[in-house]
Design a protein around this ligand. Structure first.
Ligand SMILES: *Cc1c(COP(=O)(O)O)cnc(C)c1O
Length: 427
């Protein structure tokens, strides 16, 4: 592990060129790799030698970018996936299968909720959803003998609640299972969940890590701290021979530091193939180089927007965990003392129609189904993603008709505030 600060790791971790090699991480745009003998390649297939043989499993560009993300999170191993969806699916499916159970926070990204509640349910994996603000008692009551993992988001998209990582880690460990945390919104610049007890971290790198809306992608990072071998009956996939890989036992061959990611690559990437293109990994790396510069600016701008909205007569409520008085302000101070994220949500007085007029009045902020990149963008679910729903149906989905999700970019704050002020005057 590197002993540099995160701002330095954003630039240098994961790749050190030797004499005369490219200064930038090279894009290895090749599906295959050549070997002199069949035996040499056979050793790779048996996971007995290290090396590349087919980009569906691993590629040098991707691995160098993954190593940077591992360093940023303080983990022992990492892999890239082609999307955040694939990262969350793999992270859980690597240790849970048909008949198993997972405890998850209710406050998670809608796409992740659908993945768990609909698609993975069809695979025979059951989920129990718990309020992130529940008591330890309520949390412990959600576990079953078949529970294999606990899942939550450091800052939930779009609810903007903050996960009490310590509370969730304690409950997970008391039941002999790992805590998986989706750390997309704060990024490791603002929070490193491993320092608070999380075992596996996932990312939609599509958001701040890429930061410029260039490439969809995901990442999985292992802390190397969860001792699978203490629970061999719960995690047979990691602790007993894998017949689909010549009888390798991942925890024996790769240790706690490498077992989870090696199994995930060797089995899930091999069989599902959600690998990012090396070109996209390259874009992601360019984004990572400025992550430590961009995050403080996103947070500073978002706090200014949240404060402005809080005092505006046309705004009925504001949700931003970095805003003093917010229900999750204390948790945010504990886990993210340097800042949270750039996303603010708020309600416009006058409901759905007033929110629509506010949207129409924006000039700088673009209306986009995206969050967390350099350009300020905004979404009004009731008139876009959820437009077919009645106000009652929206309430049941936890989306109020007046809710505006505002993703604050890194433009000059004076221009962002002028845009918001001008649009609110028309709401
Ligand atoms: C966007 C997002 C995802 C899904 O990521 P994709 O890259 O869009 O597949 C997962 N988790 C969180 C918190 C997100 O914001």
């Amino acid at each position: 592990m590197s002993d540099h600060q995160r701002g330095t790791d954003c630039i240098h971790a994961g790749y050190t060129p030797a004499n005369g090699e490219p200064r930038n991480i090279p894009i290895v745009q090749s599906t295959t790799f050549r070997y002199a003998t069949g035996e040499a390649m056979g050793a790779l297939f048996d996971l007995e030698a290290e090396g590349y043989f087919y980009t569906r499993l691993q590629n040098p560009t991707n691995d160098r970018v993954a190593a940077k993300i591992a360093a940023l999170e303080g983990g022992t191993a990492a892999m890239l996936t082609s999307s955040g969806q694939a990262a969350n699916f793999y992270a859980i499916f690597n240790i849970a299968s048909c008949g198993d159970h997972v405890v998850a926070s209710t406050a998670i990204y809608g796409g992740t909720f659908n993945l768990f509640h609909v698609t993975m349910k069809r695979m025979g994996i059951e989920f129990t959803f718990v309020d992130p603000d529940c008591t330890e008692e309520e949390l412990n009551a959600a576990f079953r003998p078949s529970t294999k993992a606990v899942f939550g988001e450091t800052i939930a998209n779009p609810a903007l609640t903050v996960l009490d990582i310590g509370k969730f880690a304690r409950a997970a460990h008391a039941h002999g299972v790992p805590l998986i945390v989706d750390n997309t919104f704060p990024t490791p610049v603002n929070c490193r969940p491993f320092e608070w007890g999380a075992d596996i971290v996932t990312h939609s790198t599509t958001k701040y890590m890429d930061g410029h809306a260039n490439a969809v992608g995901g990442a999985i990072v292992d802390s190397g701290k969860f001792d699978w071998t203490k629970y061999p009956d719960k995690f047979p996939g990691l602790c007993t021979p894998d017949e689909s890989y010549h009888g390798v036992t991942y925890t024996e061959r790769f240790g706690l530091a490498g077992a989870f990611i090696t199994k995930c690559t060797a089995q899930l990437m091999r069989d599902f193939g959600s690998i990012p293109s090396p070109q996209n990994a390259y874009y992601l790396n360019i984004g990572l180089e400025t992550l430590a510069l961009r995050m403080p600016r996103h947070c500073e701008n978002a706090l200014a927007v949240a404060k402005f909205l809080k005092n505006h007569p046309k705004v009925s409520w504001v949700k931003y965990p970095g805003l003093e008085g917010d229900a999750h302000y204390d948790l945010a101070r504990k886990y993210m003392p340097q800042g949270t994220c750039g996303v603010v949500s708020f309600g416009v007085k006058g409901g759905r129609e007033a929110a629509s007029r506010f949207m129409a009045g924006l000039e700088l902020a673009s209306i986009a189904t995206h969050v967390a990149d350099a350009k300020t963008c905004v979404l009004h679910p009731a008139s876009t993603t959820h437009r077919q729903m009645t106000d009652e149906e929206l309430a049941a989905a936890g989306v109020s008709p007046d809710l505006v999700r505002f993703s604050v970019g890194i433009e000059d704050i004076r221009d962002i505030l002028a845009d918001v002020e001008h649009a609110l005057a028309q709401a």
